[in-house]
Design a protein around this ligand. Sequence first.
Ligand code: NAD
Length: 297
Amino acid sequence: TMRESYTSENDSGFKCLKPELRPIVVVGGYGQLGGLFCRLFELSGYQVRKLGSQDWDRADEFLSDAGMVVVSVPINLTEAVIAKLGHLPEDCILADLTSVKSGPLQAMLEAHNGPVVGLHPMFGPDITSLAKQVIAYCDGRNPESYQWLLEQLQIWGASLNRISAIEHDQGMTLIQALRHFTSFVYGLHLAEEDPKLEQLLSLSSPIYRLELAMVGRLFAQDAQLYADIIMSSPQNLAMIKRFHQRFGEAIEMLDNQDKQTFKQAFGQVEHWFGDYAQHFLIESQGLLRQANDSTHR
Ligand code: NAD
C-alpha cells in the first residue's frame, strides 16, 4: 500500500532535491517537532545542525554559512529568537514551524532580507509517516528560491496548503484554539466528576471511545504548547467567549424543556452542514471500520 511504501522509504532515505545546499540549521532542533524535521532532512541527505538553547554563544559559527535556518522553538519565544538570529547569508532561506503564523512571519521578514517562508505542519511529533499529513505554508519573500523545499516536503509525503498568514490564524482560531480549549474543559470536567474511566470505556461505542481518545491525547502532550496556542491571539479568546455564550443560550432550551426550539436549532445546523452531514456519517463509519481492524490485528 501507499502507507507501507512511505514507511519503507523512511528507513532507506528520501531523494535530495537540493544536494548543493549549505548546512540547514534547526533552531530548537533538540525539541519534538524540530527533531522530527532534523531526522527528515538527514534522511534526505542534507547536512543538519541543531542550535539548542545553550548554543547561542556559538551562534555565529552555526549561522554564518547556513543555507537554510528553520526556527522551531516554543511559540512564546519564537519572535524573540528570530530577532536574535542576526545577519544571515543573503541567499539563506529563513523558515519556521510555528503553530501561529502572522507574528513569526512578520518577525522573519524584519530579521532577514533574503527568502522567507512560514510553515505550519498540521501534525505532532508522534506521526510515523508524513503520508496524507498537511503542511500549511505562507509565502514570505522570494518564493522561487524555496520551491525545492516545498517539493521536498511533498517527497516526504506531505500535502501542501498555501494560505495567507492572516487567514491561517483565523482558521486556527476554530481548528485549534477552540477545539483544544473545549477538549481541555471536557478533560477538566471529567477529572472533577471523577467517573470510573474503565467503566466508561466498557460502555462506549467505538465513536465515543474515539472522542474520548481525542480528548485524552491532549493531556499526553505539552501543557505549555497548548496554553500558547489557545492564548496566542485576542481573536481566539473572543471566539471562545462566543462559544461560551452559545453554550449558555443552548442550556436555556433545556431549562425551559423547549424541545421545539431545540429541533429548530438542530434543523438550522443540519442545513448549514448540508451534504457534509451525510458525507461525515459515511466517512466516520469508514474510520471506525479501520480503527476496529487495527485493534484486532
Ligand atoms: P519543544 O518544547 O519540544 O521544542 C522546543 C525546543 O526549543 C526545545 O528543545 C527547547 O529547548 C528549545 N529552545 C527553547 N528556547 C530556545 C532558544 N532560545 N534557542 C534555541 N532553542 C530553544 O516544542 P515543540 O512541540 O517541538 O514545538 C516547537 C514549535 O513547533 C512550536 O512553534 C510549535 O508551535 C510548533 N508545532 C508543534 C507541534 C506539536 O504538536 N508539538 C505541531 C505543530 C507545530
